[in-house]
Ligand binder design. Structure first.
Ligand SMILES: Cc1cc2nc3c(=O)[nH]c(=O)nc-3n(C[C@H](O)[C@H](O)[C@H](O)COP(=O)(O)OP(=O)(O)OC[C@H]3O[C@@H](n4cnc5c(N)ncnc54)[C@H](O)[C@@H]3O)c2cc1C
Length: 288
């Protein structure tokens, strides 16, 4: 009988692991366990009434969800249990720490300390407006504004997603100590995020008219923080897994890079470590 590999988490890391597992010469049975009703994790696009597309998460590389989803096997577990030869965890470290059995308490203790910060994402669209500058966007130093992390000029990179008739799209990212203080005081509100974002767009880009469309999303604990001692934590986790011979491999943004590219690579590495073969360039994705 073939092996069964469970992949926990259907974000880009888990999807990449599934993809590479399923491409093995003798692929194991792959079971993807995702806790939410959709795949993609933080990667999410929504369409506005005029057809414009708004990215709620990353936009640095284009989502390839349909291609990934076609190769995936979705299993609804309900209350039942599932036997597997190996598990790839591609969920946040803190979420995994809650699932581990008592015997793995030392590992859970390490994973629990890998925290993440929240970001409020405000997508704005302006009819008949023009940007004073071109580029991917700009970052704002916390000394200048403790709340605005930066503004992405979505229309510059992807003008074809501006809708019909086209409207200028920008995304304001809010976070930092400002957001943490608001959260601590229980003062988070969509109206406040929208107001803060519109003010930033007005003062920093001259977009003074009210937006024609606005989306506000608070992504809680979405960006893992690699604080001092992070690599020692990873080493401790690896040593525990090796010493206990646990059939568990860690992948995802919590460990060795939060960028989409890092997450895809972590899923690839996890798949190859389970399969027992060396990672090699994928001829379909790496062009000379
Ligand atoms: C607003 C924002 C903008 C970003 N911009 C960029 C960018 O421009 N470029 C870039 O490279 N990166 C960017 N990033 C970072 C990148 O998008 C993320 O680090 C990456 O998508 C994380 O992927 P992941 O699969 O590791 O984790 P996630 O996307 O968090 O996926 C984990 C999945 O596990 C599921 N899950 C959690 N707990 C359980 C459980 N107990 N059981 C089952 N399932 C569970 C979740 O529902 C989720 O689907 C951005 C991130 C954010 C939030």
């Amino acid at each position: 009988m073939g092996r069964t590999v469970v992949v926990l988490g259907g974000g880009i890391s888990g999807l990449a692991a599934c993809y590479h597992l399923s491409r093995a010469p003798r692929p194991p049975k792959v079971v993807l366990v995702e806790g939410s009703p959709r795949l993609g994790g933080w990667i999410r696009s929504v369409q506005g009434p005029d057809g414009a597309i708004f990215e709620l998460g990353p936009r640095g590389i284009r989502p390839a969800g349909a291609l990934g989803a076609r190769t995936l096997l979705m299993v609804s577990l309900g209350d039942s249990s599932l036997e597997a030869d190996h598990i790839i965890s591609a969920i946040p470290a803190s979420a995994l720490s809650e699932l581990l059995p008592a015997e793995a308490a030392p590992l859970a203790g390490v994973l629990r300390t890998i925290s993440a910060v929240s970001v409020a994402v405000v997508n704005l669209q302006y009819r008949g407006a023009r940007l004073p500058v071109q580029g991917f966007g700009h970052l704002v130093p916390s000394a200048e504004d403790p709340g605005v992390l930066g503004i992405v000029y979505d229309s510059v990179a992807f003008p074809e997603q501006d809708g019909s008739p086209p409207g200028l799209r920008v995304t304001v990212m809010l976070g930092g100590s400002w957001l943490q203080t608001l959260a601590a005081g229980g003062a988070l509100s969509q109206e406040l995020f929208q107001q803060q974002a519109q003010e930033a767009a007005a003062t920093q880009l001259g977009l003074k008219e009210p937006p024609s469309h606005c989306l506000v999303h608070l992504h809680k604990n979405c960006i893992p923080q690699y604080t001092v001692g992070h690599w020692q934590k990873l080493e401790a986790a690896k040593q525990f897994l090796a010493a206990q011979r646990l059939p568990l491999t860690l992948a995802g943004a919590s460990y060795e890079g939060v960028a989409v590219n890092d997450c895809i690579e972590s899923g690839r590495q996890a798949a190859f470590s389970v399969l027992g073969t060396e990672p090699h360039p994928d001829p379909h994705t790496l062009q000379p």
